[in-house]
Design a protein around this ligand. Structure first.
Ligand code: ATP
Length: 269
């Protein structure tokens, strides 16, 4: 694959003022950009603790992860794998809707770049109904009370055969249109939008994003199952999210609100 090399300088040239204070780190290879940044949340033993927002992007990520320790696989030059560490003033309990707000930032950026995508509750970005990107948010409190969120995103730009075989599922997608773009410009635009969304989220919480999320919702009005470790927990028609980011389901017993936890959403059919 012949992608333009990632560079902090080049990403920096594409940042809006919303992200001008974010430190940029590019690495050739690492296990997990999320794990790298989590280890640097103040209060630990890391040599270079976080002092402010940091974006860490890897050409190659060898031990990427999704929720509950599930693997996130990628291939050098074919994927965008990055994490953003961000300090919040909001209390931890306000963070519930954060993965959804991040989905809004990613989806709106891709839409502006000519790649329409939808959001699958709680944390996936779908293109043509299949997974284009995953979002993983991990939070940790520092001794001074600051809540740090480390926001990881893995996005498939191309899908080489070997990667597809390794993932081993058919509902995955890629975005060759984005793969033709300079990845530094793509990263700069994503980061600019993310930074604006995170600042707004810290000020006003998820309520400001519910409508934007609902406008991007995949499977709206469809019959879906909520799975907990493979077992069906709830069934109903997907009806959007509420002001906390809970999924609303219309069931025969009425409308219920489902809080994410480690639940997975599947089409019932
Ligand atoms: P889903 O409901 O799609 O299973 P999830 O939110 O439960 O998603 P995540 O934890 O976000 O899953 O992501 C991990 C899962 O994503 C893995 O179990 C694997 O099946 C899938 N996966 C891993 N790498 C990729 C990739 N590059 N593209 C698409 N899917 C991937």
């Amino acid at each position: 694959m012949n992608a333009t090399p990632l560079s902090a300088d080049a990403i920096g040239q594409h940042l809006a003022t919303s992200a001008s204070h974010v430190s940029l780190e590019v690495v050739a290879s690492t296990g997990s950009t999320n794990a790298d940044l989590l280890a640097r949340v103040p209060g630990g033993t890391a040599a270079a603790p976080l002092r402010g927002p940091v974006l860490r992007i890897a050409e190659e990520q060898t031990a990427g992860r999704g929720r509950a320790g599930r693997p996130w696989l990628s291939a050098a030059g074919a994927s965008l794998t990055f994490s953003l560490a961000w300090p919040f003033r909001s209390p931890l309990q306000r963070m519930v809707g954060l993965p959804l707000a991040i989905g809004v930032a990613v989806a709106e950026t891709l839409g502006q770049l000519g790649v329409p995508v939808q959001l699958k509750w709680p944390n996936d970005v779908l293109k043509d109904g299949a997974k284009l990107a995953g979002i993983l948010v991990e939070t940790q409190s520092a001794p001074d009370g600051t809540v740090w969120a480390v926001i990881g995103c893995g996005m498939n730009l191309l899908m080489p055969d070997e990667l597809e075989a390794a993932i081993g599922r058919s509902d995955i997608s890629s975005a060759p249109w984005l793969a033709r773009m300079d990845r530094n410009a793509l990263m700069g635009q994503l980061l600019s939008r993310l930074a604006a969304v995170l600042a707004e989220f810290d000020d006003v919480g998820f309520a400001a994003f519910a409508e934007r999320w609902n406008a991007l919702q995949a499977w709206r009005g469809e019959q879906v199952n909520i799975l907990d470790h493979g077992n069906i927990l709830q069934q109903g028609l997907a009806a959007g999210v509420d002001e906390h980011g809970r999924l609303l389901l219309d069931t025969p017993a009425g409308r219920v609100a489902v809080l994410s936890g480690d639940l997975s959403l599947r089409l019932a059919s």
